[in-house]
Design a protein around this ligand. Structure first.
Ligand code: F0G
Length: 458
C-alpha cells in the first residue's frame, strides 16, 4: 500500500478553544452588529478569518527567538535574515519592515508618482490602497478565467499578457514604474501563477523598460503549485523554484505573516543597489533603522528560520492538501466553490449558495454570519461589503463574485477540525432555503468599510 502523506511535525504545545452554544453565539453576533471582525477571539471556535500571522511557530523558531540580537544597528539577527533571503530569493539587498503593507509603503514611496499606472494580477487591497493613495492607478490584468468560479485552469492567477502589453503600449513612457505580480493571487482565490507566465511578464517588462516586482506573500505555496502542475519542475526543490521565480524580477515585497510562518513581519528585497539606497531613506522614516525596520532581533531570527520551514516540500504538501481536503468535502456536499481550490483558502460562491438573497442584502456576509451561528466558525466576506461604494456616485459596487473565504492558518488545525468545518457548512447548506433575508447597513466608514461596518438583520 502506498503510504499517505502526513504532517511532518508533531504537536508540542496546545491552546484551548471554547465550543460555545448557539444561544451564546446569537447574542455575541448581535452585540458585534453582525460584523465578524467585532467578535472577541474567545467567542470563536475555529478562526478562518485569515491565514496572516495566525500560523504556529515551531520549536526551532521559538529557540531562535531566545538567541535574538537586539542591537540597534548591525544585529546578528539582521544578518541571519539577510542570508536566508539571499539563499531563498537570490536578492542581495533587503530591508526589514513590520509587515507586508509597510514594505509596500516604503517601496512605493520611491517608485509611485501621481498619474502613474501600475498593472498587475488582482492587486491585494493594501497594494491597491498604497497605489491609489499616491493618486496613481492599479490596472488589473488577470486572465479572464479567474472570473468564472468553475473554469478549471492550473494557473488561474496568471497575468493576461495581451492585456498587459496593451497597458504598456498605450501608457506614455515613464508612467509605468513597475508591474506587480502577486503569487499566489489571493484576490482571485489563492490561485497560482505559472513560471512560464512570470517569464513572459518579465520579458514584457524588459521590452518596455519597466521593473517587475513580485508580491511574494505566498511565494512558497506558488512554488509548490509550479512543482506539482507545471511541466519540467517536478524534480526541483521548492527553494530552487523560488529562486527561479524571483530571478525574473527586480525586487519583491513580502508579508512574512503568510509563507514565512511568523506572527508579524515583512521585508523588501531588491537586486539594484541604487533603489535599495533610495528605499532605505523611507525605511528609516517609516519603519526604523535599516537593520531592524520595525522588527525586533528575535523576530528576525524566527523569520529567517520560518523561511526555511515554509519552503520544505513535505510541509507545503501537508498544508495544501489539508486545504484541498476541506474543498473536496464541501464540494461533495454540493456547496458551490471557486475551483480549482486555492493554496491558502477555500472560497465559497455565496451568490450560488444563497440564491434568494439579493446582492443589496449582502449574501456573502449573510452566509458568513450563518457559518458562525451554526458552529462558531469565523470566515471573511469578499464581496459587496469589501468592494465599498463608488467614490463618486456613493452607490454600492457589485464585484464579479460574492465570496466567503475560509482561510486556513498554517500548522494550527487538525484534520478533525477540518471535518468539523465541513459539517458546519453542510448543515447551513441543507437549510439554505430557510434563510430568506440578508442584512442591512446601520453604520459604515467612508472607505474600507468592511472592517468596522455595523449591520442589522432584515
Ligand atoms: N499582499 C498580499 C497578497 C496579501 O494577501 C496581504 C495580506 C498583503 C500583501 C499585506 O500584508 O497584512 O502583512 O500588511 N493579506 C491578509 C489576508 C491580510 O488576510 O489576506 P500585511
Amino acid at each position: 500500500m502506498e503510504l499517505p502523506f502526513s504532517e511532518p511535525y508533531k504537536i508540542k504545545m496546545v491552546e484551548a478553544i471554547y465550543r460555545s452554544t448557539r444561544e451564546e453565539r446569537e447574542r455575541w453576533i448581535r452585540d458585534a452588529s453582525f460584523n465578524l471582525f467585532n467578535l472577541r477571539s474567545e467567542q470563536v471556535y475555529i478562526d478562518l478569518l485569515t491565514d496572516s500571522g495566525t500560523g504556529a511557530m515551531s520549536d526551532r523558531q521559538w529557540s531562535a527567538i531566545m538567541t535574538g540580537d537586539e542591537s540597534y544597528a548591525g544585529a546578528s539577527s539582521f544578518y541571519n535574515l539577510k542570508d536566508a533571503i539571499w539563499d531563498i530569493t537570490g536578492f542581495q539587498y533587503f530591508l526589514p519592515t513590520h509587515q507586508g503593507r509597510a514594505a509596500e509603503n516604503v517601496l512605493f514611496s520611491v517608485l509611485v508618482k501621481e498619474g502613474d499606472i501600475v498593472p498587475g494580477n488582482s492587486h491585494f487591497d493594501t497594494t491597491k490602497g498604497h497605489i491609489e493613495f499616491r493618486k496613481a492607478k492599479a490596472v488589473d490584468c488577470t486572465i479572464e478565467a479567474s472570473k468564472s468560479p468553475s473554469v478549471w485552469h492550473p494557473f488561474k492567477g496568471n497575468v493576461d499578457t495581451e492585456k498587459l502589453e496593451d497597458v504598456l503600449k498605450t501608457t506614455p513612457a515613464g508612467k509605468v514604474p513597475f508591474i506587480i505580480v502577486t503569487v499566489t493571487n489571493n484576490t482571485a482565490g489563492g490561485q497560482p501563477v505559472s513560471m512560464e507566465n512570470i517569464r513572459e511578464v518579465s520579458a514584457l517588462a524588459k521590452k518596455y523598460g519597466v521593473k517587475l516586482i513580485i508580491d511574494g506573500a505566498r511565494f512558497a505555496e506558488n512554488a509548490y503549485f509550479i512543482k506539482t502542475r507545471e511541466k519540467g519542475y517536478a524534480g526541483m526543490e521548492i527553494t530552487e523554484i523560488s529562486r527561479e521565480m524571483f530571478s525574473y524580477a527586480d525586487g519583491m515585497t513580502m508579508s512574512s505573516k503568510k509563507d514565512a510562518i511568523v506572527n508579524m513581519g515583512g521585508f523588501i528585497a531588491l537586486r539594484d543597489e541604487k533603489l535599495y539606497r533610495q528605499a532605505s531613506t523611507y525605511n528609516i522614516i517609516y519603519e526604523g533603522f535599516i537593520t531592524y525596520g520595525g522588527m525586533s532581533g528575535r523576530d528576525m531570527n524566527a523569520l529567517a528560520q520560518g523561511l526555511y520551514e515554509g519552503t520544505e516540500f513535505r510541509y507545503l504538501e501537508s498544508r495544501i492538501k489539508q486545504v484541498e481536503y476541506l474543498g473536496t468535502m464541501l464540494k461533495s456536499a454540493g456547496i458551490p466553490l471557486i475551483e480549482p481550490f486555492g493554496g491558502h483558502a477555500i472560497f465559497i460562491d455565496a451568490k450560488n449558495f444563497l440564491t434568494s438573497i439579493p446582492r443589496e442584502e449582502f449574501p456573502a456576509q449573510t452566509l458568513a454570519v450563518e457559518l458562525y451561528l451554526e458552529g462558531g466558525i469565523r470566515t471573511v466576506e469578499i464581496g459587496t461589503l469589501l468592494a465599498d461604494r463608488d467614490p463618486l456616485t456613493r452607490e454600492n459596487r457589485f464585484p464579479e463574485l460574492e465570496m466567503v473565504r475560509l482561510a486556513i492558518p498554517r500548522r494550527v488545525y487538525t484534520y478533525r477540525h477540518i471535518e468539523y468545518i465541513a459539517a458546519v457548512a453542510s448543515n447551513v447548506f441543507d437549510r439554505r432555503h430557510s434563510i430568506k433575508s440578508g442584512l442591512k447597513i446601520k453604520r459604515e466608514a467612508q472607505i474600507m468599510r468592511h472592517f468596522t461596518v455595523e449591520l442589522e438583520r432584515l
